[in-house]
Every structure is written in structure tokens, then in C-alpha cells.
Design a protein around this ligand. Structure first.
Ligand code: ZN
Length: 155
């Protein structure tokens, strides 16, 4: 591993650590018009995602729950990333994030500007069990958007 790689890795770990310790948008949203529950039985991560959608835009997003550092940091960074974005863009972001984490040939996705800070989870791809921790919030978000009745599960 080069120095640049290990510096980047350290920076990524710092961002995840920071968002786990101080999750952003970590509260219920009384004015939410969409919400969904998500559960990752493999790790025990459990969360609820709240959205307020006006027109075609996600105008507010928040989450509550408990789980490992990766799932909490992922939900925190997700709510930051999607606020103010059109629903279509949010769904595209979900697909890009999922591809980054599951497609071994998707290294170029890490450089995609649309992912922005979400690229900090690129390294999780090397740990298949943790991929579910990182994607739980996004699966739950997707269910909230489409109004699915069943809780999102990673299994
Ligand atoms: Zn987890």
C-alpha cells in the first residue's frame, strides 16, 4: 500500500468515526411524510429513516436507531447527502453507492463526484459482512421513498 492510499484510508476512517460519534440528523421527524424501518440481523443494526418530500424533492431527512459504527455513520452521511436533492437524484445516488460497495470492478466509482463524501465507505467492499451495515440506511431510504410496508432487511 502506498502512503497516499494509507493517508486516504486514515481520512476515511476519521470521517466514519466522526459521524458515528456525532451522527447528523439523528432525531425523529414529526413532520415526516415518509418513513421506513430497516434491520440488519447479521449485525443487529436497526434504524428508522424519516423523510419529508415536497414536490419531487427530499426537503428534510433524519434517522433514529442503533447499530455499529458503519451503519450509524452511513445513515448520518446519507441524510446529509440527500437533503435538498430531487428524489430521482437520490435514487441514482443509492445505485451508485450500492455499486461502489458490491461491484469489485467499480473502482472508478470511487472517483465519481456525485458520491462525494460517501466515497469514505469504498473500503468496506473488502468486508462483505460490513457491506450490509453500510447499505442498510440506503435500503431503508429506498423503502421509505416507495412507501413499502415491510421493513427493509439486508437478508
Ligand atoms: Zn453493522
Amino acid at each position: 500500500m502506498s502512503n497516499i492510499d494509507s493517508n486516504l484510508r486514515e481520512l476515511y476512517q476519521e470521517v466514519i468515526f466522526d459521524h458515528n460519534r456525532q451522527p447528523r440528523n439523528f432525531h425523529a421527524l414529526p413532520e415526516a411524510d415518509h418513513h421506513a424501518d430497516g434491520h440488519n440481523p447479521l449485525c443487529g443494526d436497526q434504524l428508522t429513516v424519516y423523510l419529508r418530500i415536497a414536490g419531487d424533492k427530499v426537503v428534510d431527512a433524519s434517522f433514529v436507531g442503533h447499530g455499529c459504527a458503519i451503519s450509524t455513520a452511513s445513515a448520518s452521511l446519507m441524510t446529509e447527502a440527500i437533503k435538498g436533492k430531487p428524489v430521482a437524484e437520490v435514487e441514482a445516488l443509492f445505485r451508485a453507492f450500492h455499486t461502489m460497495l458490491t461491484d469489485a470492478n467499480a473502482a472508478e466509482n470511487e472517483a465519481q463526484p456525485e458520491l462525494g463524501k460517501l466515497a469514505v465507505f469504498a473500503g468496506v467492499r473488502e468486508f462483505p459482512a460490513r457491506v450490509k451495515c453500510a447499505t442498510l440506511a440506503w435500503h431503508t431510504l429506498h423503502n421509505a421513498i416507495i412507501g413499502a410496508q415491510a421493513p427493509a432487511r439486508t437478508e
